[in-house]
Design a protein around this ligand. Sequence first.
Ligand SMILES: [Zn+2]
Length: 287
Amino acid sequence: MKAKFLYSICVVALLSVTNSLAQINLGDKISGAVGNGLNSLMFSDADAAKLASEGIKKLDSAHVVAGPKDGYTLRLNRVFAKHSTENGLKLNYKVYITKEINAFACADGSVRVFSGLMDIMDDNQLLAVIGHEIGHVANHDSRDAMKAAYRNAALADAVGSVSTKVASMTDGQIGQIAQAMLQSKYSRKQETEADTFSYDFMKKNGYDVNAVESAFTILSSLSEGQSSDILSQMMSSHPDSKARAEAAKKRAESDGLYKPYKQKAFSNKATSTKVTTPKKATPKKKK
Ligand SMILES: [Zn+2]
């Protein structure tokens, strides 16, 4: 399977959003005045959550979201049922139906998992990847990314509270925030810390910590020789999968927990009680 992988942010999709945003420069060009305004700007977790909740509405509307009875949704809900709250943050989970391999978590607690990721990862590996994403929120990386997006959307240069600004954002500004949520890149330090969070998350909850190494290894092997759009965003925002797999392995070794991980069986079908793949018993007649 061709895929490109990104960890935190996803690129693909959203042609419509992307197009509507094409005229907006997402770069870091900030005028001195705006930059100065930001320095004195108080930007709280609550502000970031407010902004992210607007952005995620936009992203949800631009993707095909799996329904409540969809097999992907059922599996995600089952695997993450224990994790509806992490670090005091209430999380909500949805699956985007796409071949793209990606997942991201937002400052408002929204976690979005691409079905392409669920097609290649077993439950423990999903926990490891999503644990990493949750780590970005818990470590306030997401808040900082929202703050930067807020600034870049030229929302920070005028007078007024963040909540007032958020309430009066234009559609273009909301789109810009949404795009930034998909594309935000974190520093190497932030990535390393999120990896550590993921490992600790697995350990604390009694999951197999070796799934962290395994998930990175899958990503690393997918990225080799791939140029497909499916993975590009995740890989570009999460480079060095091989080294990160190695780091996870070292941690497991020093904890005396290392054991080569073997991927477990998993199913994204709604009727997953049986291992066999259901065949069409009766031909559907359409007419
Ligand atoms: Zn990350």
